[in-house]
Design a protein around this ligand. Structure first.
Ligand SMILES: [Ca+2]
Length: 354
């Protein structure tokens, strides 16, 4: 599967698709996204972030990840090669993805407005008529029949009024879904939450170390088999993408956190459910640097598929991942997304230093 990018909306002025405000996606992994540069967004979020209210020492709902050496990466994907030795210092990590209930507390305390709730800045979308610059976000919709998998706009739509409180559009709600992961959060939004909570987003190396759960490298974070013992153990996609989701794992969309068993560290849903933001900039060539001790990622981002976009790493895949299409839920694989874009399969969790 792939991810939509609001930025694409800008670039696709030449396409009539723009008229309906669709975002696009990029490569062969599921990713999501939208508009402008980091510098532009820091302005938008400066105020809400200043109110930091959470206790600096509170590790409630977090688990201690001991740290240590591991082999990072996967040979299967060009941007996760080479597999190389990395040493990670111990840290605390949220045991599950940030939920709607948790995010609601952040909003109530700060009045923060997510990117999806803001009117896109016309300067970021030259040539797009003002009436099309409406708040919204990318929502997956299954196609009516089998389609070729080369155009994500067939199953991703830019939906006016879709945001974290309205995951599927203005008529939808998170009421009754408090325990599900918050979605439609951009990197900018996730970073603002983390700062408020006295936490931070994980580095890509921390995330992968935690997801591996102390086990040696295997195709899946949970082991060698996709479906050990005939049982689905993560919320991914079954059936035929993107037209027929058989939901054999029990969920066609997001699952409440802790619906599946935790990994050896006590972490839930490191695989599937929703993509999770990491703090590192994305570059496909970063692993060639062989950064060893607590890698922090490259100094800037570059994605040849969308060279003008500032992107950060995403990890873990989502409920839309399968071996049919988006296989980026597999161990060591990487995702990426433009920093101001969100979608209904993208969330995050936080970490805290000792
Ligand atoms: Ca599922």
């Amino acid at each position: 599967m792939m991810k939509p990018s609001k930025l694409w909306r800008v670039n696709s002025v030449v396409f009539s698709l723009l008229i309906v405000g669709l975002w696009v996606t990029v490569l062969a992994g599921c990713q999501s996204t939208n508009q402008s540069s980091e510098a532009q967004t820091s302005t938008a979020t400066a105020d809400p972030v200043r109110k930091t209210t959470a206790s600096a020492a509170d590790t409630t709902g977090m688990v201690w990840i001991p740290g240590g050496p591991f082999l990072m990466g996967a040979d299967e994907f060009p941007d996760s090669r080479p597999v190389h030795p990395v040493l990670v210092t111990g840290f605390w990590m949220d045991e599950h993805e940030v939920t709607n209930a948790e995010f609601a507390r952040f909003i109530a305390a700060t009045g923060y407005k997510t990117i999806a709730e803001q009117i896109p800045n016309p300067a970021d979308f030259p040539g797009v008529p003002a009436e099309q610059l409406v708040p919204g976000s990318a929502v997956f919709a299954p196609t009516a029949q089998q389609v070729s998998l080369d155009n994500p706009l067939q199953w991703w739509a830019y939906v006016k009024g879709a945001d974290w409180q309205h995951p599927n559009g203005p008529e939808s709600t998170v009421k009754g879904h408090e325990n599900e992961p918050v979605v439609h959060v951009s990197f900018t939004d996730a970073a603002a939450y983390a700062k408020w909570a006295g936490k931070r987003l994980p580095t890509e190396a921390e995330w992968e170390f935690a997801a591996r759960g102390g086990k040696e490298n295997q195709p899946y974070y949970w082991g060698n088999e996709l479906k050990p013992g005939g049982k689905w153990i993560a919320n991914i996609y079954q059936g035929h993408f993107p037209d027929k989701n058989t939901s054999e794992d029990g969920f066609s969309g997001v699952a409440p956190v802790k619906s599946f068993a935790p990994n050896p560290y006590g972490l839930y849903d490191m695989d599937g459910n929703v993509w999770e933001w990491c703090q590192d900039f994305y570059r496909p060539d970063y692993y060639a640097k062989l950064a060893k001790n607590d890698p922090q990622g490259p100094a800037d981002s570059y994605d040849p598929d969308e060279p003008g976009a500032v992107k950060r790493v995403q990890r873990g895949g989502s409920f839309l991942c399968s071996d049919d299409y988006c296989i980026r839920y597999k161990a060591g694989s990487r995702g990426k997304g433009e920093i101001n874009s969100g979608s209904n399969n993208l969330g995050f969790r936080c970490v805290r230093d000792k």
